[in-house]
Design a protein around this ligand. Structure first.
Ligand SMILES: O=C(O)CCC(=O)C(=O)O
Ligand SMILES: [Fe+2]
Length: 385
């Protein structure tokens, strides 16, 4: 990260509270298309998309050199089943049935990759029909991903190795207009049922989604907390990645507080009779969300300690030789580490002061939140000297 980007990113978070991020709107659904690899830098991405939390699409030139684009795809742009079988045949893979709906997702089973490829070949031969329904190899992805925002409100990028996808994107806050009267999000945001005012009372106040058609080789960047629904328009293989950094860690923390508040509302009537109600809320939150407050503390600790160690000791040869997270952070530069640490101080200060966090047994946390905060601040001060 260069000095100018560091200065404007720091100013952004000083001048605007993170909750005001949703106020930043796109001009009438426009999504930038980044064509040229040579003239686009990580600092450009950071300043123009990560910080304002705006989506963008990278052209296929960005993935031209990827081995997967050469090796997983036939000359006519279709998945190379023989190559994939040879490479991954024995793997056991998660497969979702897109024709069956359970709550807000599709039920998943584990299948040998071989069996899945045989199914996929048959499905194509049978004009995209099968008695087994429409099976989607996912999180290791076929036809459609239901309406959702990504895990912990992380950022994600998704690169099409082959095939095409259609994305429907809603900026943060729009999902509130898409909820039914019980507060549940729809499974399919295009379903005619959403027009029924008695079920979806605020649907008519929602904006139309931002629509993207992603071509082979292109990468779509999905900002934090943008709800989306995805369709594969043809046989598609994609590689996706989720991440959290200094720009969106406060959004993650807000999300966790909302999740806990929802659990607390749900079991509020047990608050008085139960001695360990707060602990139970954390347990339920963990099972629904995948993380509880103490684990979030440990998540912040790992982020902080990686960056502190780079600022204090630089990168040792072993870490730089291996492709470690520390090496990746170091590539982004010292100012990125300082920026992430400053944002971590902000979130850790809020977590330490949080009444629900303070009610937990924090004696097992090492170092203590106070000690970690102290170390973080000292490390930032030294780096900025
Ligand atoms: O490609 C898909 O089916 C879903 C991808 C997605 O939701 C994401 O990358 O965030
Ligand atoms: Fe997603």
């Amino acid at each position: 990260m260069d000095r100018a980007t560091f200065a404007c990113s720091t100013a952004f978070f000083r001048d605007y509270s993170s909750s005001s991020q949703s106020a930043f709107c796109l001009p009438a659904g426009h999504v930038d298309f980044i064509d040229k690899v040579e003239s686009f830098t990580y600092s450009d991405f950071f300043r123009d998309y990560l910080i304002p939390n705006h989506p963008c699409i990278f052209s296929a030139k960005f993935t031209d050199g990827w081995g997967s684009r050469r090796n997983w795809v036939t000359w006519d742009g279709k998945p190379d089943f023989d190559h994939l079988l040879q490479k991954f045949g024995d793997a056991i893979v998660p497969v979702a049935n897109c024709d069956v709906k359970e709550y807000n997702s599709n039920p998943k089973e584990q299948l040998p990759f071989k069996e899945y490829i045989n199914y996929w070949k048959e499905y194509i031969k049978n004009d995209y029909r099968s008695s087994r329904g429409c099976l989607y190899l996912k999180d290791w992805h076929l036809s459609r991903t239901p309406f959702h925002a990504d895990v912990f409100r992380s950022y994600s990028w998704s690169a099409n190795i082959c095939g095409r996808k259609k994305w429907l994107l809603y900026p943060p806050g729009q999902e509130d207009y898409l909820k039914d009267r019980h507060g549940n999000l729809p499974f399919d945001v295009t379903a005619p049922g959403l027009q029924d005012k008695s079920v979806y009372p605020r649907y008519n106040q929602s904006q139309p989604p931002v629509e993207i058609v992603q071509e082979a080789g292109e990468i779509v960047f999905i900002p934090s907390g943008w709800h989306h629904q995805v369709y594969n328009l043809e046989d598609t293989i994609s590689i996706n990645h989720n991440w959290v950094n200094g720009c969106n860690v406060a959004i993650m923390w807000c999300f966790l507080q909302d999740e806990l508040a929802a659990v607390q509302r749900e079991i509020n009537e047990w608050k008085d009779p139960m001695d360990d109600w707060h602990l139970q809320c954390q347990l339920i939150m963990k099972s629904c969300t995948g993380i509880d407050y103490k684990e979030f503390y440990n998540f912040l600790k790992v982020i902080a300690e990686n960056r502190i160690s780079i600022l204090e000791n630089g990168l040792d040869d072993e870490a730089s030789a291996k492709n470690t997270p520390k090496a990746a952070i170091s590539t982004l530069g010292m100012l990125h580490a300082v920026f992430d640490l400053k944002r971590t101080v902000k979130v850790l200060t809020s977590l330490s002061a949080n009444e629900d966090f303070k009610k937990l047994d924090l004696t097992s946390l090492s170092p203590s939140p106070e000690a970690l905060l102290h170390h973080l601040k000292a490390s930032i001060d030294t780096a900025l000297l």
